[in-house]
Design a protein. Structure first.
Length: 145
């Protein structure tokens, strides 16, 4: 089952056709990418999927009516994981000092821009706390506590 299916996407900017009948699908369990040379319409397609642009024609289906959650990584950018720069209330990070390859450039969650050009732009409170047990402990349902 496709998590995202795009059919017949067409968008013009003035007299320029950026996308002309573009189709593709993102299948569950697969890593998908959109590649092409400069001017091929990758950004226009991304902006249609994320509802930043209204196309001339399209059929974009998100099963269950869900908004599209998208993370775009820059594979050439590296990062150092450290609690000093993370956006969290915790004072530690299990992966402290780990160097990673690839860094999020854009993050969209439920239609909201969280990271833009590598910078956090989310408003405080947009996240949701997910309760979990401490290492080695079992998290009991609220009714059992």
């Amino acid at each position: 089952m496709a998590l995202l299916e795009v059919r017949d996407v067409t968008i013009h900017f003035g007299g320029i056709v950026a996308l002309d009948g573009v189709p593709f699908a993102v299948e569950e369990g697969h890593i998908s990418g959109l590649i092409g040379p400069n001017g091929a319409g990758k950004t226009a397609a991304y902006n249609v999927i994320t509802r930043l642009y209204e196309p001339d024609t399209s059929q974009v289906e998100r099963p269950g009516g869900s908004d599209t959650d998208i993370v775009v990584f820059d594979p050439k950018k590296g990062d150092l994981i450290t609690a000093a720069t993370q956006h969290s209330k915790t004072e530690y990070n299990f992966h402290e000092g780990t160097e990673v390859t690839g860094s999020p450039e854009t993050v969209l969650l439920r239609g909201n821009m969280l990271v833009e050009n590598g910078d956090l732009v989310a408003e405080p409170g947009v996240g949701q706390f997910v309760e979990r047990a401490a290492f080695g402990q079992e998290l009991l349902p609220a009714a059992a506590r």
